[in-house]
Design a protein around this ligand. Structure first.
Ligand SMILES: Cc1cc2nc3c(=O)[nH]c(=O)nc-3n(C[C@H](O)[C@H](O)[C@H](O)COP(=O)(O)OP(=O)(O)OC[C@H]3O[C@@H](n4cnc5c(N)ncnc54)[C@H](O)[C@@H]3O)c2cc1C
Length: 323
């Protein structure tokens, strides 16, 4: 059965994040010949429409206004409502990002639609969309079918296959939105956290440090390894709680959920709450001086040793190999 699918684009500044491109690929598959539309919300974001077209959006709705220059729940919901009226979708897909996680339930509640969160696969079975999502902190997966005329889902980055870009163009329509005059949330200032420049949730390689790094300075060898690999830097909550690094780096149940191609855990014991955020990584390397550390149970490759010996040696070797 052909269905209309609307993808709400997730942006980093003016740039479309990879998760949206991956979601467009998934949207095309479940649309089964129906139309795939995309919604761009922000200020000065028109240029991103080309990218969305190249990755499969046939119809693009743009809400370009100062009211949505920063994420604002009421204003973004108003923009989504306008796009939903125009696109008449049966399925709305968002990124499982900070914005998507906030906006998706607002849309679902507004339309009394069912919602599946943190989806890692999209399929069609007997004409119905099947959403696969983790349960029990990532220890198991469940396949969910939602009833109702409209369903909403958030998609985890780095899980759906990235479609290849084409030279396609799309029909682009600007929507004018009557924003509520009494926005309940007003963003006064955005303070950016220091970061390695590679987005943790979309990174293909992550080097992560735990309490075993022993200090903020202890992250230096990990940072060097990350630089050589073009990787993002992550951390356990143990390292964050100890003040060795910023909480924006935390991976796990109460941090970021990541699915890179390669996750290198250094001085991390492998508590269940940490595994919840990284155990679906494609290849896991663990460096720990305790051979009994639980992280080795999920690791594809384990190195028993002192991270302050192993990490610099690894960096040196990789620097030569990758040069
Ligand atoms: C509700 C709740 C939510 C939580 N959410 C999260 C979460 O999102 N993410 C998260 O990570 N944790 C979370 N935790 C905390 C979690 O339970 C662990 O306490 C935490 O993950 C431990 O961090 P760690 O592995 O860095 O530290 P530790 O458990 O102290 O492990 C340090 C490891 O480093 C090794 N080590 C020490 N020195 C060296 C060295 N020189 N070389 C090599 N190895 C060395 C040790 O052998 C040890 O295995 C949560 C806990 C609760 C209760």
């Amino acid at each position: 059965m052909a269905r209309q699918v609307l993808v709400v684009a997730d942006l980093r500044g003016q740039e479309v994040r990879n998760v949206t491109l991956e979601t467009l690929g998934g949207a095309r598959r479940i649309a089964q010949g129906g139309r795939v539309s995309a919604l761009l919300i922000g200020q000065g974001v028109q240029a991103a429409a080309d990218v969305l077209a190249q990755y499969g959006a046939e119809q693009i709705y743009v809400v370009d206004a100062p009211e949505v220059a920063q994420y604002n729940p009421d204003a973004y919901l108003a923009a989504a409502v306008e796009a939903i009226a125009a696109a008449q979708p049966q399925v709305i897909l968002l990124a499982h990002s900070a914005i998507g996680r906030d906006l998706a339930p607002l849309i679902a509640a507004r339309y009394e639609a069912g919602q599946a969160s943190d989806v890692i696969a999209l399929d069609v079975d007997n004409g119905e969309v099947v959403y696969t999502r983790p349960i029990y902190a990532g220890k198991a997966f469940t396949k969910v079918k939602l009833s109702g005329e409209l369903t909403v889902a958030t998609v985890r980055p780095n899980n759906l296959a990235m479609p290849s870009a084409s030279g396609e163009t799309a029909n682009v329509q600007s929507l004018s939105v009557a924003f509520p005059s009494d926005l309940r949330t007003v963003i006064r200032e955005v303070v950016k956290k220091a970061s390695t420049g590679v987005d943790l949730t979309e990174a293909k390689i992550i080097v992560s440090g735990g309490r075993g790094v022993k200090s903020a300075e202890g992250f230096a060898p990990l940072r060097e390894l990350a630089d050589v690999l073009g990787a993002a830097l992550g951390a356990s909550r143990g390292a964050c709680d100890a003040g060795y690094c910023d909480y924006s780096m935390q991976v796990g149940q109460t941090g970021k959920v990541v699915t890179p191609d390669l996750y290198i855990a250094c001085g991390i014991s492998g508590a269940i709450q940490h595994l919840a955020g990284m155990s679906n990584s494609k290849v896991i390397v663990a460096i720990n001086k305790d051979p009994e550390a639980p992280i080795f149970k999920v690791a594809d490759y384990g190195i028993v040793g002192d991270l302050f010996d192993v990490v610099p040696a690894l960096t040196e070797k990789l620097r030569t190999v990758l040069a």
